[in-house]
Design a protein around this ligand. Structure first.
Ligand SMILES: NC(=O)c1ccc[n+]([C@@H]2O[C@H](COP(=O)([O-])OP(=O)(O)OC[C@H]3O[C@@H](n4cnc5c(N)ncnc54)[C@H](OP(=O)(O)O)[C@@H]3O)[C@@H](O)[C@H]2O)c1
Length: 254
């Protein structure tokens, strides 16, 4: 169970090698309360290293599961496997995705459809499966990595933003439906985060580090807001951008 200070005992991560997931686990292990971490991702040295990093912090049970978001059936199977094993799962962290080259992808509709599978379709199947298992269990939190770009798509990342908009909309609505059940959905909307995903891209204004997202996620587990902006000021920036007329918005250098 998540204690009154927001410290969970067990976490399932889909996106084992994600920098944001790694920072979040590093933050949660600091409580000394974590007993079980399940890391789901594509097998390989990066996932092995992620397992070793968590084990080195003293978490007694660290497990790895194979997960490939290109396969829509993979996420529900992974979630079921984690819940079927011994013990509850307090937090399910959905932290995978790709940020493709927008121009190249617009030339290749079938690659764009693959992006939809990875960033959206598998998020849908993972989210639905996680919510169902948590409801059966009677408690827990799903933390979904959305993006500030979900709120208003920009032409420079239009395809990526559209997948995040779908994820954000579903996760927010499911979270509302779950109110009062003991199960909740936290929707995380970071702006630009300096991680492997954004390496080589020019940092946007209000750029943050993965550790900032981790701190915000950890704070949300204490029961605060179910919509988490990182940094917080991003909420006000996006509120302004949402009502900016398209004729102005399309000229903005963002
Ligand atoms: N960085 C940002 O600026 C930013 C901003 C807002 C939201 N987000 C969101 O935050 C989440 C984590 O991003 P990050 O910044 O931590 O990126 P990251 O370090 O690049 O991690 C991306 C993760 O996605 C996994 N992944 C990619 N394709 C996959 C597939 N087909 N099957 C399974 N896993 C796959 C990668 O696994 P492999 O190691 O196997 O490739 C990796 O674990 C994503 O949902 C992202 O959209 C990021």
């Amino acid at each position: 169970m998540i204690d009154s200070l927001g410290a969970p005992q067990s976490v399932l991560v889909l996106g084992a090698t994600s920098d944001i997931a790694g920072a979040t686990l590093a933050r949660l292990t600091r409580t000394g309360r974590l007993e079980r971490v399940v890391l789901a991702g594509r097998p390989g040295p990066a996932r092995d290293a992620a397992v070793e990093r968590v084990a080195a912090t003293g978490v007694p049970r660290v497990e790895a599961l194979d997960f490939d978001a290109r396969d829509r059936a993979s996420a529900p199977a992974v979630v079921a496997a984690a819940f079927d094993a011994d013990g509850d799962i307090d937090v399910v962290l959905l932290s995978w995705g790709v940020l493709p080259d927008e121009a190249a992808m617009r030339q290749d509709p079938s690659a764009a459809a693959d992006l939809v599978d990875v960033n959206y379709a598998s998020m849908v199947t993972a989210l639905l499966a996680a919510v169902e298992h948590l409801r059966e269990q009677g408690h827990g939190v799903v933390v979904v990595l959305s993006s500030a770009s979900a709120v208003r798509g920009r032409s420079s990342t239009a395809l990526y933003g559209s997948t995040k908009a779908g994820v954000d909309s579903l996760a927010s609505a499911l979270g509302d439906a779950l109110h009062g059940t003991g199960v909740s959905v936290v929707v995380v909307r970071p702006g630009f985060v300096r991680t492997r995903m954004t390496a080589g891209r020019r940092p946007a204004p209000l750029a943050v580090d993965a550790s900032d997202v981790a701190d915000a996620i950890a704070l949300s587990l204490t029961g605060g807001s179910r919509t988490v902006w990182v940094p917080r000021a991003m909420r006000y920036v996006m509120a302004g951008l949402v009502v900016t007329p398209r004729a102005v918005f399309r000229r903005l250098p963002i």
